[in-house]
Write a new protein. Structure first.
Length: 179
C-alpha cells in the first residue's frame, strides 16, 4: 500500500471515531475529500478501495457514527472531485437513500447532505441511470426514503432540464402504472 493510500485510510479511520464532535467529524471528512482529489479519482477509488470501504461503513447497522462518517465522506468526495467521481458515487445512491430512514438524526442529516452533493453532479447520461433507482425507492422504500427520493427527483428536474424532456416517458410509465 502506497503512503498516499495509507493517508487516505487514516483520514477515513479518523472520521470514524465515535468520540468526535459533529464539527470534527465534518472536518476529517473534508480532509478525506480533499485527499481523494489530490490522489486522483481512479487511484483513490481503485487502489484505495474507497467504494468498498464506504459501503462497509454504510452497512454497519449497529454504529450510527460509522454510517454518518461514510455519508459525510461521500458528500465531501462528491464536492471535491465533481463529475469525475460520478461513475463511482452514483451506484451508492440506494445506500444513501436508506440513510433517510435511519434512526439516528445525524445520519439522516448526513444522508441529506450526501444526496444533495451527489445530485449536483449528474450528467444527462447519469440521470438516466438515477431515475430507475429513485423510482424503485419511491415504490419500495420506507416512507423517509420515498420523501428523500422525491426531493432528489424535484432537484434533478430543476438542475437538469433535460430530465423533463428526455425522460417524460419514464415518469409517465411510473406514475401511471397500476398499483
Amino acid at each position: 500500500m502506497s503512503p498516499e493510500i495509507k493517508v487516505l485510510n487514516d483520514l477515513i479511520k479518523a472520521t470514524e471515531e465515535s468520540s468526535l464532535s459533529a464539527e470534527a467529524r465534518k472536518s476529517h471528512a473534508h480532509k478525506a475529500g480533499e485527499h481523494v482529489k489530490k490522489l486522483g479519482v481512479i487511484r483513490a477509488f481503485h487502489e484505495g478501495h474507497l467504494v468498498k470501504t464506504l459501503t462497509a461503513l454504510l452497512e454497519n447497522k449497529k454504529q450510527g457514527h460509522l454510517r454518518e462518517a461514510a455519508l459525510l465522506i461521500l458528500a465531501e468526495v462528491a464536492q471535491a472531485v465533481g463529475q469525475a467521481g460520478e461513475p463511482y458515487l452514483i451506484p451508492l445512491v440506494p445506500k444513501i437513500l436508506d440513510g433517510y430512514a435511519d434512526k439516528v438524526a445525524t445520519v439522516r442529516e448526513a444522508a441529506d447532505g450526501a444526496s444533495k452533493a451527489i445530485m449536483a453532479l449528474p450528467s444527462k447520461y447519469a440521470v438516466k441511470l438515477l431515475l430507475p433507482v429513485l423510482f424503485d425507492s419511491i415504490e419500495n422504500g420506507r416512507w423517509q426514503s420515498q420523501c428523500g427520493s422525491l426531493q432528489i427527483l424535484a432537484g434533478l428536474c430543476k438542475t437538469s432540464p433535460k430530465v423533463q424532456e428526455v425522460d417524460i416517458k419514464a415518469f409517465s410509465q411510473f406514475f401511471l402504472s397500476p398499483l
